[in-house]
Design a binder for this molecule. Structure first.
Ligand code: ADP
Length: 647
């Protein structure tokens, strides 16, 4: 053995371990599934690399459980790919996933919600639920050096050079002492019957043998009668190696024979999720390309759903040989929440990530899988709306991206969308919106903003409310992006309430108002011009409004201009945008505007014109929940006005 060095865990690892131990204590047996799943992944990698690299090739791949009752240890051994020292440090001592900090902070606030940890995937760290010390000995296939990693889960770990004959990884758990009166199952994890049943329950379909040495009593013929009187130590045993799992790839079995629990356990094994999936899609495709696919829609969104480097994609198998994990090319980005696998006999075993990019067969499979998932969601929406809305709450935001990215399925996607709106307390579909439209309403209206509470009282809605026209509230970050693919629904155009001019008046109303409008224009045009000059830095035009009823002012964007939400979206993607000036609309019927008009016609140079213009602009910003440039000055001006009002 070589020198030992001590290394501190990354702070997040320590935090995560504490949370895992705390929140999963009542489900501690899942540690075995997690470790077996890691071992199985390592075997997959070795088998795949072995196809082309003789140095790592190994025909007899296996996992072995070695319980030791006396020492209270359980060893999980595999002859998979193994790890170098560097890989051990990267994989076991650090968490590279972005968003970890935010996730952990959220975990702490919701400490009583163990299912949250499932969104993270605990993997190796689950060993510390049952063990107070863990030793991991590993040797990377094709190399000569082995390393021993040890930790008591207390903030640091040690690394020691060591010897190990075979490549692969061996993890030894030193099981915790029982706490309190009962054992809390701890002693079970060294018992044959318990390990056998846990493997059956959680890992039966692992495609490598999970072996264990079992003791079997040897009985001679004349022993039979007085068998029962024999004491344990008098019995004769032989040790036999037994394979605990059936190894049958779940997806190759006929659907009718697979129980829901089996589907669910398989999901948990591949996803490291602790919650049952919301839906399972299992099918085989025949025809030009034959393949089987087993897909899952999770019940909960994973914590990294919105992060660029989050895990996505399906596992790819060729004739039950694992080829790659996280294959992104077989699922569109906007369905990245779907987990599962595809197994095809028609792909080449040598297929690489690069080749996949251009593979026509992969494109065909992707198209079919996309359709399958969307059809599943459509029928869920139709048959169990409540359940669909639960799905929507978790993944709707991602599905919306699909509208901008997948034209081929646009119509089906539109029907899967749900929005808040001015007419319904609950979320509404476009279909329901259209059914509620009054006869004279020609377009589907929407308003964009930061939140429902920020838009529901917007002055922009006044005229629509009066008309009885419903307005959809598009308040998700992704909505502006989604709109690129949502210009119409059932031949009705979508029209922004925040953009361009609105024209809600019927021809008769227009005629009736014509004279009044002309009068207002003549009365206010030079005042509007001078207001524009005062606000020139932020405002490109000040004009009379058709949409205001009780408010004095509002801000709108140009028909082709950007809304503040779009600006934010570009800014969050790191794109610098030139300053986007908006339009200030004023309500000619409002007392404040009439007052200002009076001041203006008396004296164009009156200082109050500048103050009032700025105040009105600030008001319009505040009504949208946007920050104003100079809040202190704003407050002072208001106070001054209050005082003068009383003089
Ligand atoms: P995850 O499996 O979700 O990536 P884990 O914490 O369980 O997270 O494991 C971290 C990494 O450590 C794995 O991705 C893998 O690279 C490595 N690892 C874990 N167990 C083994 C093993 N038995 N053999 C080889 N590598 C392993």
């Amino acid at each position: 053995m070589g020198q030992t060095k001590k290394v501190e865990f990354q702070a997040e690892v320590k935090q995560l371990m504490d949370i895992v131990i705390h929140s999963l204590y009542s489900q501690k047996e899942i540690f075995l599934r997690e470790l077996i799943s890691n071992a199985s992944d390592a075997l997959d990698k070795r088998r795949f690399l072995g196809i082309t690299d003789e140095a790592v090739r190994e025909e007899d791949l296996f996992i072995k459980l070695i319980p030791n009752e006396k020492e209270r240890t359980l060893t999980i051994k595999d002859n998979g790919i193994g790890m170098t020292e560097e890989e051990v440090m990267d994989n076991i001592g650090t968490i590279a996933k972005s968003g970890t900090k935010a996730f952990l902070a959220n975990m702490k606030e919701n400490a009583d919600k163990p299912e949250l940890i499932g969104q993270f995937g605990v993997g190796f760290y689950s060993s510390f639920i049952v063990a107070d010390k863990v030793s991991l000995k590993t040797k990377k296939a094709g190399t000569d050096n082995a390393i021993l990693w040890e930790s008591s889960g207390d903030g640091s770990y040690s690394l020691t050079d060591t010897d190990k004959e075979e490549a692969g990884t061996e993890i030894t758990l030193h099981l915790r002492e029982a706490d309190g009166e009962d054992e809390h199952n701890m002693d079970d994890y060294v018992k044959e019957y318990q390990l056998r049943s846990l493997v059956k329950k959680y890992s039966d379909f692992v495609t490598y043998p999970i072996k264990m040495d079992v003791k079997e009593e040897v009985k001679s013929e004349d022993d039979k009668e007085d068998d029962k009187e024999k004491k344990d130590e008098e019995k004769a045993y032989i040790t036999k190696e037994e394979t605990l799992n059936s190894m049958k790839a779940l997806w190759t079995r006929p659907k009718s024979e697979i129980k829901e629990e089996e589907y669910n356990e398989f999901y948990k094994q591949i996803s490291h999720d602790f919650t049952d999936p919301m839906d399972t899609i299992h099918f085989s495709a025949e025809g030009t390309i034959e393949y089987q696919s087993l897909l899952y829609i999770p019940s909960k969104r994973p914590f990294d759903l919105m992060y660029r480097d989050g895990k996505r994609g399906l596992s790819l198998y060729v004739k039950q040989v694992f080829i790659m994990a996280d294959c992104e090319k077989i699922m569109p980005e906007y369905l990245r929440f779907v987990k599962g696998l595809v197994d095809s006999a028609d792909l080449s075993l040598n297929v690489s990530r690069e080749l996949l990019q251009e593979d026509r067969q992969i494109t065909v499979i992707k198209k079919r899988l996309t359709k399958k998932v969307l059809d599943t969601l459509s029928s869920l929406k139709k048959n169990d709306k409540e359940k669909y809305l639960k799905f929507w709450a978790e993944f709707g935001e991602v599905l919306k991206e699909g509208l901008a990215m997948d034209q081929a399925n646009a119509e089906e996607l539109k029907d899967l969308m749900f929005f808040h709106s001015s007419a319904a307390a609950e979320l509404t579909s476009l279909e329901d919106y259209v059914t509620r439209m009054p006869e004279d309403q020609k377009e589907i209206y929407y308003i964009t903003g930061d939140s429902v509470s920020a838009v529901e009282n917007s002055p922009l809605l006044e005229a629509f409310k009066e008309k009885g026209y419903e307005v959809l509230y598009l308040v998700d970050n992704v909505d502006e992006f989604m709109l690129q693919g949502l210009q119409n629904y059932k031949e009705k155009n979508l029209k922004s309430v925040n953009k361009g001019d609105v024209d809600l008046k019927s021809d008769d109303e227009k005629k009736a108002d014509e004279a009044k409008e002309k009068e207002n224009k003549d009365k206010y045009s030079s005042m509007l011009e001078s207001m524009q000059k005062i606000l020139d830095e932020d405002i490109k035009e000040v004009r009379l409004s058709n949409r205001l009823k009780s408010s004095a002012v509002c801000l709108v964007s140009d028909e082709n201009g950007m809304t503040p939400q779009m600006e934010q979206m570009f800014a969050s993607m790191g794109q610098e945008m030139p300053k986007n000036k908006r339009i200030l609309e004023v309500n000619p019927e409002h007392a404040v505007i009439e007052l200002l008009g009076g001041i203006f016609s008396a004296n164009k140079e009156d200082v109050r014109i500048k103050d009032f213009s700025t105040l009105l602009h600030n008001q319009a910003l505040l009504a949208e929940g946007l920050p104003i440039a100079n809040p202190v000055e704003f407050a002072q001006k208001i106070s001054e006005l209050m005082v003068t009002a009383n003089k």
